[in-house]
Design a protein around this ligand. Structure first.
Ligand SMILES: [Zn+2]
Length: 143
């Protein structure tokens, strides 16, 4: 039994289960996934990524824990910008330099930051109503 468990950043933890002393020596391996999408903003970001993928599947970021559209996309238009998490550490990378958020709605300044994938340690900044922000983004994708 493990109490107060916290997963390592970005990784599922593999750990042995418990077994009675002298009992079966087989270990139960339990995969614990970090917290998934959190709330409306997370759902809307994933939906936005899905809609971007309909027109530009090549710019969608992929991973394991975040789900098919859970990593965001490298996308920018007049309405919004989205940047997946990046670990390139290049000096001229705006994402690694902390110069741009993962998501920015340009007219309202509404920003969202996440860690590795959408919903993880997510932080939204701005006064705008998320549903209005994302409706504007969805509309901007309909050309
Ligand atoms: Zn980078």
């Amino acid at each position: 039994m493990v109490m107060n468990y916290k997963p390592a950043p970005g990784e599922p933890e593999l750990r042995p289960g418990t077994w009675p002393p002298g009992g079966d020596e087989m270990m139960d391996i339990e995969v614990i996934l970090p917290e998934q999408k959190t709330g409306l903003i997370g759902e809307l970001l994933v939906e936005l990524t899905r809609r971007i993928a309909e027109t530009a599947p090549d710019i969608i970021a992929h991973g394991l824990l975040g789900g098919e559209f859970g990593y965001g996309a490298n996308f920018e238009n007049e309405t919004f910008m989205m940047r997946p998490e990046c670990w390139c550490d290049a000096e001229d990378c705006p994402r690694c330099a902390g110069e741009v958020p993962n998501f920015l709605h340009k007219t309202t300044g509404f920003e969202v930051e996440w860690y590795k994938y959408i919903g993880r340690s997510m932080k939204a900044t701005g006064d705008a109503e998320p549903i209005d922000v994302f409706n504007d983004c969805f509309a901007s994708l309909r050309i």
